[in-house]
Design a protein around this ligand. Sequence first.
Ligand code: PEP
Ligand code: MN
Length: 275
Amino acid sequence: MKEHIRLASRESKGKSIIRIGEVAIGQDLAIIAGPCSIESPEQALTIARAVKAAGANLFRGGAFKPRSSPYSFQGLGLEGLKILEMVRKETGLPTVTEVLDPRDVCWVSEFVDLLQIGARNVQNFSLLKEVGRAGKPVILKRGMYSTLLEWLQSAEYILKEGNPHVVLCERGIRTMETYTRNTLDLSAVPALNELSHLPVVIDPTHGTGRPSLIPAMCLAAIAAGADGIMLEVHHNPAEALSDKDQALLPDQFARLVPKIKTLREMIESWSGTEG
Ligand code: PEP
Ligand code: MN
């Protein structure tokens, strides 16, 4: 297996730090928050201001949505990207958005700071190669059926094209369980930290699909050594155009962030004393 993850493997280098504006992912705790989809300038700005005030350091929002049904909201496309640009200007938060199509990578890169490759595209090798060539920082989600090694080989496609700015995001895998939307694999965090130098972020929103479980999963992720979390937040989840059942309210998010930060500081202080 080792020969297939030459660049992604831990042995090839020490922990990677991915710099997005002032945030150094892999060193600073990444708190990526925002709606599933960008719906309007007002919606995006309301949520962005709230998550920034609560301590988020990156803003997420989909302009191109990979929906199971072709009749579901597909995202605002270019209009959504312009809104993301406006949000960055207004709040100073770097932005994250998903790219679905290799033909869009180059121009979408002009609008945002971090490109997301979603679970459904983890083995879209043309897309992986294209984001590799674009050189833009990438957050690569785990596929719903990916093993850790398959996922790392997907990261390898990006690295091999000369783009070292890759962050991994565990978002749950499909199992027989139906109470949760997916099964969030928190063992992926220490396992990836053994296998790879790439930073690892946890997405308990898609991982559980249940707001009530999100705080516990965030804290467990930080305890396991995650480099950050990605959460969906919406001020009016009932009216959200996608993933309305799983978003946290801004005040729930605001109550959670200090706990996450305190736990992270505690863990950092332990590793500082281990010598
Ligand atoms: C999302 O982040 O909104 C999303 C579609 O995620 P995933 O690819 O993990 O399903
Ligand atoms: Mn979503």
